[in-house]
Design a protein around this ligand. Structure first.
Ligand code: NDP
Length: 498
């Protein structure tokens, strides 16, 4: 019998196996895939990091983390022992050639045991400084060459500007074919983000009105209540533009704005997305101040608790000029979207954890009702909720029950929770499975990453040359600096907060 492709023998090597991402996301996702029978009996996970673990202590350490972080709740003994028996560990620096020799030997031992050549997925869950060294060492060890069997997953951030992203792409492409490289943006694995494709292209209803004739503007908000938590050191070198806009928000914009794909083939979808990035109007450097707003939070109050300002957070430079909030206006120069602004905003220590896309339609072309009937009238709006409540809202007008004609807005609401009454898979489950199956639809291609960085080049250059002397400029627990409101008010619009 031929095994379904998801059940082919496979080995996942996790570089950064003692790190936060491995513990909180990767291993809990693998555990869920295992329990749901998405993994073959012939699968193995090899952890790689400097910390000294024995096989037993590595497994014990991971169990505590899965118990804590898995949405499934605590592990049970039978499932865990079965799952953990597939785990082993190699201790080494990512430059340590002896550790790569041990890895090669371990992989060939598994092949011998399984009487086959297993697929290999190398997951680079280390700080980005490690990506180049690990890729090169995999190449030297002869582990990069087989395009059929070998894949490499690269965590974000992929570069910190266009030059570094291009450099990393060149190194990777000298060792791997593009089809072997999986650049992760975990937002793309979220159920609701994927649902944008289904909503747009599996329904005949919306596509005919999905353009400049009917849509006034689009807003994409990814707001976080949390500050930098334990990642202050990393975040202070990055900031909201690099950490959120370059990847998550631009990728969502692509899904909203892309043309219908001819097929659901990974490269076809990525072609259509990259077309959007290429169509985004470059912001001239002397206009950056008109199209962008940056902010940094000061101390404030959130959910009734006092919270520190950004500059007081652990790992953050007390004079930091890193932005924790960005709002920007982008225009997409093509037939579909000419003159329809896309407003993007993201920030930390905002009043709510919410990710959503609001598609604001134009007013009706002619208002036939008397003005007394339409005092509460609002143009149509579709809101795609990505988190915390995953779903879609359609706002339309109804006649308010009563003896006189009064028109007011009402919402038609779809939520995944109510419709399906079962937990939604974690984004990392989807992404790991896709990478193992060789489906790159939800991963970023080299040209996509570089096109996204190109859009940010003028902003980064201007922001780096002009030191913000007004930071912190928003209080924790508010919706960002005043200028973010003005960005829309100048266009006669306002931020939609649902
Ligand atoms: P951590 O600092 O928690 O973990 C880093 C891992 O890399 C550790 O296992 C560490 O192990 C290993 N490592 C560091 N230096 C070396 C070295 N010289 N040789 C071998 N191993 C090394 O980072 P995170 O887990 O938070 O992040 C990992 C990656 O994932 C980063 O690129 C990050 O941007 C990305 N990411 C993380 C998210 C998160 O929620 N944590 C979310 C999205 C992306 P040891 O010290 O034992 O060697």
């Amino acid at each position: 019998m031929t095994l379904p492709s998801h059940l082919k023998p496979m080995v996942i090597v996790i570089f950064g196996a003692s790190g936060d991402l491995t513990e909180r996301k990767i291993v809990p996702a693998l555990y869920n895939l295992f329990v749901d029978k998405w993994l073959s009996e012939c699968f193995a996970v090899i952890g790689f990091a400097r910390t000294h673990f024995t096989e037993t202590s590595f497994r014990q350490h991971l169990r505590k983390k899965v118990d804590r972080f898995s949405l499934r709740g605590k592990t049970n003994d039978r499932d865990w022992h079965d799952f953990a028996s597939h785990f082993s560990y190699i201790s080494g620096h990512y430059d340590d050639s002896a550790a790569y020799t041990a890895l090669v030997n371990h992989l060939s031992k598994l092949d011998k045991t399984w009487h086959t050549y297993a697929n290999h997925t190398f997951y680079l869950a280390t700080p980005p400084e490690g990506f180049e060294a690990i890729a090169k060492n995999l190449g030297k060890a002869g582990l990069s060459h087989d395009p059929q069997r070998t894949r490499i997953i690269i965590e974000k951030p992929f570069g910190r500007d266009l030059v570094s992203a291009h450099g990393l792409n060149q190194i990777l492409s000298s060792l791997f074919q593009e089809s072997q490289i999986y650049r992760i943006d975990h937002y793309l694995g979220k159920e609701t983000v994927q649902n944008i494709l289904a909503f747009r292209f599996a329904n005949a209803l919306f596509e005919p009105i999905w353009d400049r004739r009917y849509i006034d503007h689009i807003q994409i908000t990814v707001a976080e209540e949390v500050g930098v938590e334990h990642r202050g050191g990393y975040y202070d070198q990055s900031g909201a533009l690099r950490d959120m806009i370059q990847n998550h928000l631009l990728q969502i914009l692509c899904l909203i704005a892309m043309e219908p794909p001819v097929s659901f083939n990974d490269n076809e979808i990525r072609n259509k997305k990259v077309d959007v990035l290429h169509a985004i109007r470059p912001i001239p450097k002397d206009q950056v101040h008109r199209f962008t707003v940056r902010g940094q939070y000061g101390a404030g109050c959130l959910q009734g608790l006092r919270v520190l300002g950004y500059r007081e957070e652990t790992g953050v430079d007390p004079d930091s000029i890193t932005e924790t909030f960005v709002a920007l206006k982008l225009l997409v120069d093509n037939w579909r979207w000419q003159d329809v602004p896309f407003y993007l905003r993201t920030g930390k220590r905002l009043p709510a954890k919410v990710s959503e896309v609001s598609i604001q339609f134009r007013p009706v072309p002619h208002q036939s009702f008397p003005s007394t009937s339409v005092k509460d009238w609002q143009a149509n709006r579709i809101v795609i909720h990505i988190q915390p409540e995953e779903g879609i809202n359609l706002r339309f007008q109804i006649k308010q029950p009563g003896l006189i004609m009064l028109v007011r807005p009402a919402d038609m609401r779809f939520t995944y929770r109510e419709a399906f009454r079962k937990p939604i898979h974690e984004a990392y489950e989807t992404l790991l499975l896709d990478a193992m199956l060789g489906d790159a639809t939800l991963f970023m291609r080299d040209d996509q990453v570089e096109a996204a960085w190109s859009i940010l080049v003028p902003i980064l250059e201007v922001w780096e040359s002009i030191v913000p002397d007004h930071f912190p400029n928003y209080e924790a627990g508010t919706w960002g600096p005043e200028e973010a409101k003005q960005l829309l008010e100048r266009d006669g619009r306002h931020w939609i907060t649902t």
